[in-house]
Ligand binder design. Structure first.
Ligand code: F6P
Length: 324
């Protein structure tokens, strides 16, 4: 049972990610189980500025655990990112009698949550982004689904690359973080994986490898490029020019952001949503829920935002060793 204020608000912000709905569902149901009213805020922080909120009940979140996207919609709000915007949002939360706000999103959304907490509204962040680029958490909601989407598509691309003895260069999402590229590159047997965290010398990392593996009898090739590296079409042209192997570029794009969330995303989202409500019920705000060593934990938002992401060097070295 919670004391004092009797409602909680939940919003999704920034890029959507499969599993966000499962997190919303967990927040709504955990809060109602603790006798709190729940407000669903539409289109991220914009909803707090425009009064675009709906009251949610147990049935408002029926049949959403299996759906991609976010039923609350999402946005990146420019107006909110000003001191006046934050104050307006905080005043609106106070007028609703909100005990705390659960914010599901990435780093930008957490900065918004930190600011709203600073204005007197306790906020708890939940990492929701397909990129897995949140330093304090070894996992972000949506990552597993996005990777499985990539895998399914690259398997299809492989069929046609194989039929034509071609090289397929596939660009996957991840502006600053190469986790999707690294893990899907391993899982789809890519010859080369280019990530923003590592230098990417095309001659040594792509061309030489293709020539070497071709000499062992390999006839078709997959190269996975993270969005943050870019230049995918040019890379395909360069490969064709240097190796004589016909090459094609595919940019998978937003297909990676949609679709039915995997079991892992649904379970992690449910556990994180539940944990966030526990914190708010205990009057604890300014926190981010995270996964560390497989456990759901929480830490201070500013501390979380100041952490530097650690790239998985060990996995990268494995990828380099097995991609021959
Ligand atoms: O942060 C998630 C992400 O999908 C990135 O991988 C990508 O760079 C970006 O969002 C795309 O954003 P938008 O949908 O606004 O184009």
């Amino acid at each position: 049972m919670c004391d004092n204020a009797n409602s909680i608000a939940v919003l999704t912000s920034g890029g959507d990610a499969p599993g966000m709905n499962a997190a919303v569902r967990a927040v709504v149901r955990s809060a109602i189980n603790r006798n709190l009213q729940v407000y669903g805020v539409k289109r991220g922080y914009n909803g707090l500025l425009n009064g675009d909120v709906i009251q949610m009940n147990l049935r408002s979140v029926s049949d959403i655990i299996n759906r991609g996207g976010t039923v609350l919609y999402t946005a990146r709000s420019e107006e909110y990112n000003t001191p006046e915007g934050v104050k307006k949002a905080a005043d609106y939360c106070r007028s609703l009698g909100v005990k705390g706000v659960v914010v599901i999103g990435g780093d930008g959304s957490f900065r918004g949550a930190r600011d709203l907490s600073g204005a007197g509204i306790p906020c708890v962040g939940i990492p929701g982004t397909i990129d897995n680029d949140i330093a304090c958490s070894e996992y972000t909601i949506g990552f597993d689904t996005a990777m499985n989407t990539v895998l399914e598509n690259v398997d299809k691309i492989r069929d046609t690359a194989q039929s034509h003895d071609r090289c397929s260069v596939v660009e996957v999402m991840g502006r600053r973080c190469g986790d999707i590229a690294l893990q899907t590159g391993i899982a789809c047997g890519a010859t080369s994986i280019l990530v923003p965290e590592k230098p990417h010398d095309l001659d040594s990392m792509v061309i030489d490898k293709i020539i070497k593996t071709k000499a062992t009898g390999k006839k078709h090739f997959i190269v996975v490029v993270a969005e943050g590296v870019g230049g995918t079409s040019e890379i395909a042209k360069y490969i064709e020019e240097k190796t004589g192997i016909e090459s094609r570029a595919t940019i998978l794009g937003h297909v990676q952001r949609g679709g039915c969330p995997t079991l892992r995303d649904r379970v992690v989202a449910s556990a994180m949503g539940h944990h966030a409500v526990d914190l708010i019920c205990n009057n604890i705000g300014t926190r981010v829920v995270a996964m560390q060593k497989g456990n759901i934990v929480d830490l201070d938002i500013s501390e979380a935002l100041s952490m530097k992401r650690v790239f998985d060097e060990e996995l990268y070295n494995i990828a380099m060793d097995v991609s021959i």
